[in-house]
Design a protein around this ligand. Sequence first.
Ligand SMILES: [Zn+2]
Length: 181
Amino acid sequence: MAYVCELGNGRSIYLDNQGTQTIVTLTSSGPGQQQQASSSVQTGDWNSPPEVYRTSEGAVIKLQTAQGTHYVRVEGSSVRITSEFPASSSSQPLQTQQVASSSAGTMPPMQPMQPMEPMTMGDMQMSMNPMQMRMGNMELRMGSPPSIEKPSVARQFCNQCGASVKPDDRFCSSCGHRLSD
Ligand SMILES: [Zn+2]
């Protein structure tokens, strides 16, 4: 099993235990960009789900394994393993969410697309039917096209093929259909 922990500000940590390795994947996403970096550290088999704490420097992951307790420090994009909980002015436990282990191992699994449900990513909101996108104060909507101006009433159309005909035409010049009065 793998675990995902949201750090906030579009950053998340994806944790997977493969053999005696712990794969730590850091993902940060902002508008129009996504960055991802994976590290693997030797920890042993997990005995219990990982615990993640937010610290002033970044985050600390606590791993209980067959080989003992390990701490993984995440600072920026660097991942380091330590044997003791790093001294920090503050540490706040974060929620971890269990996810299915991906076959690739290091890639965070894609969330299944649910196009009918409104989608929220940070301050961006998107929904379909009509297509609507909201980002901060910006709103974008695509739906019914702007109504097309009707041609002037003086023009008439063939009721067979739709070609435009003159009011005094007896037959359609396009398809030859006899025009009713
Ligand atoms: Zn016609």
